[in-house]
Design a binder for this molecule. Sequence first.
Ligand code: PLP
Length: 341
Amino acid sequence: MSDLNLDWANLKFGYMKTDYNVRCYYRNGAWGEIEMCSEETINLHMAATCLHYGQEAFEGLKAYRCKDGKIRIFRMEANAERMQSTCRGILMPELPTEKFCEMVKRVVKANERFLPPYESGASLYIRPLLIGTGAQVGVHPANEYLFIIFVTPVGPYFKGGFAANPYVVIREYDRSAPLGTGIYKVGGNYAASLLANKKAHDLGYSCEFYLDAKEKKYIDEAGAANFFGIKNNTYITPKSSSILPSITNRSLMQLAEDLGLKVERRQIPIEELETMEEAGACGTAAVISPIERIDDLEMNKSYVIAKDGKPGPISKKLYEKLRGIQYGEEPDVHNWVTVMD
Ligand SMILES: *Cc1c(COP(=O)(O)O)cnc(C)c1O
């Protein structure tokens, strides 16, 4: 249990210093030993490829303090595999799944006192980061890399928690291109999203909403989260070559199927929002953030989904099922959870 006197219930989604991070260097074609570190800073060559050419991959997952007192980590192998896919996408060396998982477990254990208590609404966010550290001036992959995992306790991503939010379609900026890096978890996609996100906030919305970059016809992502819609007892989520394959979305698709819903992964024309009974954004940070409405200002359209401003019954059921598994209160039939000893 924690000896910290933190206001757990009012934590923001932000960075807080913890006791340790864990590091591993890639040099001379091989990964080194795992090192525990209490420094927050890194010593970096000014010509490192991560600084100039965006050779950077990251991940995001969470650990939860549960009712039974145990700590549970959600789908860390899936995060390890997605980071390997990102590495193949931007020519970085892949970290083996076993090493990734061992480092996750070590950093969580070492910072156990930062795990927010059960029912505080907060959790421990785990941030793995892989950067090219070798010096290059020409555009080439680095020959040296640093993999770090730090953790930080976080509150809910959206201040309102599980409440419905308004989104706005941004047509003047693209987050990622159909054959670009949208399918990889790289910082560059986020740099590309900052202006659109600012514009949405300036207009008074919670978040920006992206259409496919090529035709501006189909739903892509809800900010930095995947989109799903529900109608006719069907869970529908976009099939697109420019969205990040969300592990939360993949889990919800499975749970939807378990609950007897049909699951469709296909192109979703924006106009189809008119017929959606429920819609949400999903990702590790917010799990499910129900969508109240999506305004397409240029087209003079407002798609109101949650007419009472509340999350719909199926979104609520999916959310509760997923939270139940994460907290060890529902059977983990798909083997998604690592229980720490
Ligand atoms: C990380 C991320 C998500 C959510 O993925 P999860 O694995 O569910 O956390 C969705 N979209 C983008 C662009 C992301 O970077």
